[in-house]
Design a protein around this ligand. Structure first.
Ligand SMILES: [Zn+2]
Length: 277
């Protein structure tokens, strides 16, 4: 990516170095969780967690808000700034989310955020939670290195924020606990594929802002195809169970990311009306 001229966002809350490092997950659990949540925390799970720990005080810890000085923090702030520039053009009255940088674990209005979850969006406080250790895993474990793949992760979570603003997120909140698990998962898949498509829309606009370099798109496609539910289930369980998909197959994720990337229009990301996904 070429972000030299991009304005850095001031909406980064830096909680790194504030303690609470560590956590109770075993190494095996961390590997599975990181794989499962790569490129997006299942929002359904986030809602469930939120209900369980709703009495955790959310204001105990707030980090410094602004723009971090270090290289990684700057990168994240510029990617976030790029999504702000794009979405305020595309969506009337866009209110940007806050991105929380943390290490280890940190409280959120959806429960305790842990590095092992991978980046996630919490609809209850409208914040994105990113632990930079995840990017090291991205490189080492998923062979999806590259700064555009890292930016795509943020753009996908911003896609969930767009869903919160447009009201799409309510589909999931309404279904929670009221429909059978398989039906809930089908809604979740459409939510996730739409967030992938929105990430593609951002990629399209970043391209017109001259922020893409040769190979960037391939990087994101490699990442998207590495983390389809079918491939992850094959790797972790040795079999594929479509009813339990929450993010979509590799082919579906690539397809919807590419659709947003080609068109650059959020209207083309209607995974809910699409006859087939
Ligand atoms: Zn997601």
């Amino acid at each position: 990516m070429e972000l030299g001229n991009q304005r850095a966002s001031g909406n980064v809350e830096d909680r790194r170095g504030m303690g609470m490092v560590g956590g109770g997950l075993g190494v095996g659990g961390i590997v599975v969780a990181v794989i499962a949540y790569f490129l997006g925390f299942d929002p359904g799970t986030a809602l469930q967690v939120g209900q369980q720990v709703s009495n955790v005080s959310q204001h105990e810890r707030s980090g410094q808000k602004g723009t971090p000085e270090d290289q990684m923090g700057q990168f994240v702030a510029k990617v976030l700034g790029s999504t702000e520039d794009v979405w305020s053009k595309l969506l009337d009255g866009y209110r940007p989310p806050t991105l929380v940088l943390y290490d280890g674990q940190t409280p959120s209005a959806c429960g305790m955020g842990q590095a092992a979850m991978g980046p996630f969006y919490c609809p209850n406080d409208q914040k994105l939670y990113v632990d930079l250790a995840f990017y090291r895993d991205l490189r080492a474990r998923f062979h999806a290195p590259g700064d555009f793949a890292q930016a795509y992760v943020i753009a996908h979570e911003v896609g969930h924020h767009v869903q919160k603003l447009t009201g799409t997120f309510r589909r999931l909140e309404t279904a929670q606990g009221r429909v059978p698990k398989a039906e809930f998962n089908r809604i979740s898949v459409r939510m996730e594929l739409q967030a992938d498509c929105y990430a593609g829309v951002w990629g399209h606009q970043a391209g017109t802002m001259n922020q893409l370099e040769p190979g960037d798109v391939e990087e994101a496609l490699t990442a998207a195809s590495a983390i389809g539910d079918d491939r992850l289930q094959q790797q972790t369980q040795g079999r594929v169970v479509p009813e339990s998909f929450t993010h979509g197959t590799s082919a579906q994720r690539v397809k919807w990311f590419r659709r947003g990337l080609d068109s650059g229009r959020p209207q083309d990301c209607d995974t809910f009306s699409a006859a087939g996904i």
